[in-house]
Design a protein around this ligand. Sequence first.
Ligand code: ATP
Length: 272
Amino acid sequence: MKLLDKANQLIKKMEECIANPIKPNESARIKVGVDLGTANIVITVLKDDDTPVIARIYPADVVRDGIVVDYIAAVEILRKLKQEIESLINVRLDTAATAIPPGIIPGNVRVIKNVVEGAGFAVSNVVDEPVAASRVLGIKDGAVVDIGGGTTGISVLRDGVAVYSADEPTGGRHMTLVIAGGLGVTYEEAEKIKLDKSKHDIVFPMARPVVEKMSSIILKHIQGFDVETIYLVGGTSCLDGIENIVESYTGKRVVKPYNPLLVTPIGIAIGA
Ligand code: ATP
């Protein structure tokens, strides 16, 4: 539990830095992570000793199933975020690490790299998303399940290396569609309702079958591996109580860090 305390402190600190960025010394080496997701583009900046500096989360529909579908918009958004951060912290962002979801094909890795380079970064490293998350969580073994917007990445780690990875086309978008259908509202309205904590009593019963389906998918993938603990990361894991459904459905111990949305993006910068 001590290790997760450390991870939670790091994530909380990064949340504070989103509101109040730290201005590093101009000559200080900084580490930058770029996460191109199906729901959000996230840039995270750390000092050399991995203390948070700033992060920016930008909702964007430029990636689907790990594939960049709107290259020009992706580059443009990233370039703007880079400029915004540079002017806020007064340091140039020259190099960045980026990450690839589990199971991506080599051609798509190249496209992700091209987007980051197109925005003006030299790419220092391309890391596996679950490995990035494991660095923040301080773990070497277990299943890292990243429930994002459009996809759920399931990876089994052994000694810090992903020995099995899969990416499934289910995530927060799927949950929002179910809520929209259930309440007879638009997708955009349903997304707002889903994120509104005061509407949790309405949202949770509708989200439950989606999470149970996700849990059955998780179980299918980790069967055959000696997994004791499932670590939940990704924005959809922020839903209050999701961990209880996954735990009771899979029968595995489930650990959910503070603000799971920030875990992989911070881990990408750690690997820069
Ligand atoms: P992917 O992993 O599919 O590429 P992504 O990395 O862009 O997607 P994240 O940024 O990890 O995705 O998560 C975005 C998703 O998390 C969205 O669907 C959003 O609605 C959902 N989300 C964020 N906060 C919450 C919350 N408190 N409750 C439920 N869902 C949430």
